[in-house]
Ligand binder design. Structure first.
Ligand code: M5T
Length: 557
C-alpha cells in the first residue's frame, strides 16, 4: 500500500498525538501508526477576528496545541518526543467560525446556520519535529490545512432537536459528526471525508513525503509531489539521496538496531543501509501490528501487576515519589519496583521526573481503585481470572472446551457458580463487571434510540451500572435488573449515591429457569458469549415468548 512507506518513517520515532479527539486517534491507529496520546492543554481562545481567513485560525490553533505538548513533555516529564502532531477542526459558514457547541442551545444555533447550506470544514495540522540539544528543545514546525465542502439538506426543527438530544453534537466542531448520526444530515461532501471527521490523512501523508523524501537540490522545481509518491518512488530513493534530509533512512535503521527490537533482528542486524535497500527490509515493511501483538502481553502484565500492587492508589494525590519509597511501602524489591515503574512510565501510565514517579491524569481517573470511572476491578479480574485461562488457550483450541480445570484446578460446569462460590471471588467479579459496564454505559445507552420503550429488563445486569445510565438518558424508562440471588444480595456496595436510583429495580432469579420480568425491551449485555449454543437458544426462546407483539426488540449484546 502506497501510504505505508512514508508512515514507516515514523516507526522508530516517539510520536505524540497532541489531541484528545478519539476520531483522530482512530484515523491514525487505523493506518498502523504507533503513538502516545498527550492531549493539549492549550485553550482554544485565539482572537478569531485577528485572522484574515478561517483556516489561518485552525492552523495557528493546531500549532499552539502541538507546541504546548512538546514544551510540557520536554520540561515537565523529561521525555522529549521526536514528533508531535496537533490538529484543529473548525466549521466555517458565512465567514463565521464554529467550534464545539457549549450546550444544546448553542448546538441548535450552529446546526440552524448550517441547515440547507454548503459550508467548509477546515482542519489545521501542525507536525513538530523535536530535538534536544544541550537540554534545549529545538523544534522544526511544519503546518498545513485542508478544506472540505459539506452541504446539509433542508432539515426540520424536530429533526435538529432529535439530533441534538442524541448527545452527538456536543464534542464536535459545528455541532455534528459526519461519521455517525450526523451523516444523515449531509447531502454531499466535496473533498477529503476524513478531514471533516477530524484529520486530513491524505494531506498528512503528502506532507510527510515532502519532509522525509525532499526533492534533490539540483531538481527542486521539477520534483514537487502533487500526490503521494508510489511505493516504487520511495524504494528508488537511495540512502545517499535521503542523507540530505534530517530524517534519513539511515537514522531509522540505526535507531531500530539500538532500541533492542530483537524481534525485527532478521531485518535490521544484517547491516543498516543494506538492510534498508533489499526489498524485504524497507522500514515500511516493519510489521508493527505483528510486533505489537507479540509484545502486547508484556504491557498488559505490567499494568496488571502495578494495579495489583496498588501503585496507582499509592501515588494518588501525591507529588513525585521515589522508587525506593514506593518499594518500601508496597513491600517489594527496589530493583524490581524501579523496573516496573519505568515500564509504566514508558507505557504512558506514570510520569517520571528526577524527583520520582507520579500518576498521569488517566491513571488517576481510571487506574486508582476508588475513582468514579475506575477500571481497577476489571484489571484485577483480567489478571486473576482471564490471564490463567488464556494461558491455556492452546489446549482450549485443541480440545474445544473450557480450561478452568487447568487454570484453577477444578471444572467449571456452571461458570457463575464458580464465580460466586467464595465471597472474595464474587466481589472481584462484580467489581470487574461494574467497572467496565459503568465506563461504557453512556456510549451503550446512546448508541440506540430507546426513547420509545417504557420499560426494560437488563438480564444479567449485575450491579445495575447500565440500568442507572439508561434511566438518566431516558427519564421515562423504568429498568429492572434481573440477576442471580447471590448477585442481588451484594449490589448495595455498587449503587450510586443521590436521587437518581428510583426507576431501577432489582429482581433475583435464574434467567434459564425462572419467569422473566415483564418489559418492552430486553437487554443482554456481556451475557451470550458465556454460554454454549443450546443454552443461548433456551434463553432467547424465553425472551421471544415474553416479548409483546408489536414492539420492536433492540439487541444490545
Ligand atoms: C465536523 C466534525 C467534527 N468532529 C470532531 O470535532 C472535534 C473538533 O474539535 P477540535 O478542537 O479540533 O478537537 P478536540 O476534539 O477538542 O480535541 P483536541 O485536539 O484535544 O483539541 C474533533 O474531535 C473532530 O473529530 C467529528 O467528529 N465529526 C465531524 O463531522
Amino acid at each position: 500500500m502506497a501510504l505505508h512507506p512514508v508512515l514507516g518513517k515514523l516507526v522508530s520515532k516517539r510520536v505524540v498525538l497532541a489531541s484528545a479527539s478519539p476520531r483522530r486517534q482512530e484515523i491514525l491507529t487505523n493506518v498502523g501508526l504507533r503513538f502516545e496520546v498527550v492531549p493539549s492543554w492549550f485553550k482554544e481562545t485565539l482572537e478569531k477576528s485577528s485572522f484574515a481567513a478561517p483556516y489561518e485560525y485552525a492552523v495557528e490553533t493546531a500549532k499552539q496545541k502541538a507546541l504546548e505538548v512538546a514544551n510540557r513533555m520536554h520540561v515537565k516529564h523529561l521525555r522529549t518526543p521526536d514528533v508531535v502532531i496537533g490538529a484543529d477542526t473548525i466549521v466555517s459558514v458565512d465567514e463565521q467560525i464554529l467550534e464545539k457547541p457549549v450546550d444544546k442551545q448553542d448546538a441548535y444555533r450552529m446546526l440552524s446556520r448550517l441547515n440547507g447550506k454548503e459550508h467548509s470544514v477546515f482542519t489545521g495540522v501542525a507536525i513538530i519535529h523535536c530535538h534536544c540539544k544541550d537540554n534545549q528543545l529545538e523544534m522544526e514546525i511544519t503546518d498545513f490545512y485542508e478544506e472540505t465542502k459539506v452541504k446539509f439538506s433542508e432539515l426540520s426543527e424536530e429533526l435538529l432537536w432529535e439530533y441534538i438530544h442524541s448527545g452527538e453534537p456536543m464534542d464536535k466542531a459545528g455541532g455534528y459528526g459526519i461519521q455517525a448520526l450526523g451523516g444523515m444530515l449531509v447531502e454531499y461532501v466535496h473533498g477529503d471525508f476524513l478531514n471533516v471527521v477530524g484529520f486530513p490523512l491524505n494531506h498528512f501523508c503528502k506532507k510527510l513525503a515532502e519532509l522525509y523524501y525532499p526533492p534533490p537540490k539540483h531538481n527542486v522545481q521539477h520534483k514537487k509531489y502533487d500526490s503521494i509518491p508510489s511505493v516504487d518512488t520511495f524504494e528508488n530513493l537511495s540512502d545517499g539521496e535521503s542523507e540530505s534530509s534530517n530524517f534519513t533512512e539511515h537514522k531509522v535503521a540505526s535507531k531500530l538496531d539500538s532500541s533492542g527490537m530483537d524481534s525485527s533482528g532478521a531485518v535490521y542486524t544484517s547491516g543498516k543501509s543494506s538492510a534498508i535497500r533489499t526489498g524485504l527490509t524497507s522500514a515500511s515493511k516493519l510489521p508493527s501490528k505483528i510486533l505489537e501483538l507479540i509484545d502486547g502481553f508484556r504491557a498488559s502484565k505490567a499494568l496488571f501487576v502495578a494495579s495489583k500492587l496498588k501503585i496507582f492508589d499509592h501515588l494518588k494525590d501525591k507529588g513525585p515519589v521515589k522508587a525506593v519509597d514506593i518499594a518500601n511501602d508496597v513491600g517489594t524489591s527496589v530493583c524490581g519496583t524501579e523496573r516496573l515503574l519505568d515500564a509504566c512510565a514508558s507505557l504512558g501510565l506514570l510520569e517520571k521526573t528526577p524527583q520520582g514517579y507520579s500518576n498521569t491524569d488517566s491513571a488517576n481517573t481510571f487506574l486508582t481503585s476508588d475513582g468514579k470511572y475506575s477500571l481497577h476491578g476489571y484489571i484485577i479480574h483480567s489478571n486473576d481470572h482471564l490471564w490463567p485461562l488464556f494461558t491455556n488457550l492452546e489446549s482450549a483450541v485443541k480440545e474445544g472446551s473450557r480450561q478452568n480445570h487447568r487454570a484453577f484446578g477444578k471444572k467449571a460446569d456452571d461458570l457463575f457458580k464458580d464465580y460466586y462460590h467464595s465471597p472474595e471471588v464474587k466481589q472481584r467479579f462484580m467489581a470487574a463487571m461494574h467497572s467496565i459496564a459503568h465506563l461504557t454505559a453512556r456510549d451503550v445507552a446512546t448508541a440506540f434510540d430507546l426513547s420509545r420503550f417504557k420499560s426494560a429488563c437488563d438480564l444479567g445486569g449485575c450491579t445495575g451500572a447500565l440500568a442507572h445510565e439508561l434511566v438518566q438518558v431516558y427519564p421515562n424508562l423504568k429498568v429492572t435488573v434481573f440477576d442471580l440471588p447471590e448477585v442481588i444480595a451484594n449490589i448495595s456496595y455498587f449503587q450510586p449515591s443521590g436521587q437518581h436510583t428510583a426507576p431501577v429495580t432489582f429482581v433475583s432469579g435464574d434467567f434459564f429457569k425462572d419467569n422473566l420480568p415483564e418489559a418492552d425491551l430486553y437487554i443482554l449485555s456481556r451475557v451470550l458469549h458465556d454460554w454454549p449454543d443450546e443454552k443461548i437458544h433456551v434463553l432467547l426462546s424465553k425472551i421471544s415468548a415474553v416479548c409483546r407483539p408489536g414492539l420492536n426488540v433492540e439487541k444490545i449484546v
